[in-house]
Ligand binder design. Structure first.
Ligand SMILES: [Zn+2]
Ligand SMILES: [Zn+2]
Length: 287
């Protein structure tokens, strides 16, 4: 057995035994990055397993397509199974890793380079998938300019809007021009007294897509930052499960539902972070 495979088996054991706790996820991510630098076949074969375990389904499929021996029946069978997952899930349901401060900083720099304005209540809109990138670009319905990054979340307006650029959301022009809202003003937590904060949230912040009416959480007298779509497994991997359950919003039965929720499944959680104390909260709904 080669050393990469040995290490993989060890990390995989730890990952399953701890039900993908942050430490085990971090170790697998570090191993993934290490293997991505090594070009020999044994390392690449193990990398397929690492991608697969972390649910980078598209990466796993793409790599095995490149290096797999197609005369081997087992490989062919694995490829056909992986193809299904790759097509349906892409890399969109990969197990998340808690970002370090430096990684968060890097993301912000990357957004800024792309010309993306910053959004206090939705800090990583490319990560959450609410903004999409288009190679050729699309025309913003508000300013008429071509934009490579466009919004694909909810916008409540009587007019039919196809594309909005990040700038027209950030400066409030889209909400004003079309008399629209990105978040229903009544579907938010109580406790935010400052009307400017509500204005920023509903008129100048990209929303998110829930199964039902999107609801925005608040804490410490302010709205929270929306971090993304999660289930129990993601919350465990991020080390946030206990934190989000410690919330008077939920009774025992609902806490159990949060634990059993599946990202992309019929019971979905939406993750928020308090901008002041760092507390994590979820909203939950069903399809
Ligand atoms: Zn625009
Ligand atoms: Zn707080």
């Amino acid at each position: 057995m080669n050393e990469h495979l040995k290490k993989y088996i060890e990390l995989q054991k730890q990952f399953h035994a701890t039900k993908n706790e942050p430490e085990s996820v971090r170790a697998l991510y570090a191993f993934k990055e290490e293997l991505e630098q090594i070009k020999d076949k044994q390392a690449q074969e193990v990398l397929v397993d690492v991608y697969d375990l972390l649910d980078f389904k598209k990466s796993a499929y793409d790599l095995l397509s490149q290096i797999g021996d197609r005369s081997d029946r087992k490989t062919l069978k694995r490829l056909s199974v992986m193809k299904e997952y790759a097509e349906h899930w892409g890399n969109g349901y990969a197990i998340p890793k808690l970002k370090t401060k430096e990684e968060k900083q890097k993301d912000q720099e990357r957004w800024a380079q792309l010309g993306l304005p910053s959004f206090r209540y939705h800090p990583d809109p490319l990560d959450t998938g609410i903004f999409e990138q288009s190679g050729e670009g699309v025309v913003c319905d508000c300013c008429g300019k071509t934009t490579r990054i466009y919004y694909r979340g909810p916008f409540f307006s009587v007019e039919e809007i196809n594309y909005l650029c990040p700038e027209c959301i950030a400066n409030g022009k889209a909400a004003k021009k079309f008399d629209g809202e990105f978040q229903d003003e009544y579907s938010v937590d109580d406790g935010v007294d400052d009307p400017d904060k509500l204005d920023e949230l509903i008129h100048r912040t990209p929303g998110y897509s829930g199964w039902q009416q999107e609801y925005w959480r608040a804490h410490c007298g302010d709205f929270c930052a929306f971090l993304g779509y999660v289930g129990g497994r993601e919350l465990r991997a991020l080390g946030m499960l206990e934190d989000v359950m410690d919330d008077p919003m939920w009774d025992d039965e609902q806490r159990k539902m949060i634990e059993e929720s599946v990202n992309g499944g019929s019971l979905q959680c939406y993750l928020f972070e308090c901008l002041h104390c760092g507390k994590h909260l979820v909203w939950m709904d069903v399809d």
